[in-house]
Design a protein around this ligand. Sequence first.
Ligand code: ATP
Length: 133
Amino acid sequence: MRTFPLRIGTPDGLLYEGEVERVICRTMTGDLAVLAGHCNFCTALGMGEAAVVLEDGTRKKAACIGGMLSMMDGVCRLLATTWEWEEDIDVARAKAAQKRAEEKLSASGLSEKEYRMVEAKLHRALVRIGVKG
Ligand code: ATP
């Protein structure tokens, strides 16, 4: 299968650079798979499970929490707000974050903004748990 160059970065630095067969991620409007030869394209990323299929067919899963993806002249650049490979996800931490968020959401007194922030925190925790699951 044809490959294309991919770079994955976060504000903390470059996390991956190499040839891949496929990138799959959640965008703001639905799931996206990028293959070699994809037209020039740019999209905002949502929160969800992502995956990279390497040249040898290995599929590496990750939790991707927002960002941007572009495919420009055959080169794919993915800049994520946070990106954790499956093996780097701390499930106990995500479960603790889930519990804290659920407790806050069930208590009254949150402003609309606080509610949305806690909801987003719960969503992040559930994505991380889902990737490990
Ligand atoms: P927490 O309350 O546990 O910090 P959070 O959703 O608020 O969770 P973020 O603000 O999304 O955390 O992330 C802060 C940093 O911690 C990022 O670098 C992110 O990759 C990392 N991180 C957050 N949760 C986990 C986890 N469960 N396992 C590994 N890394 C994590």
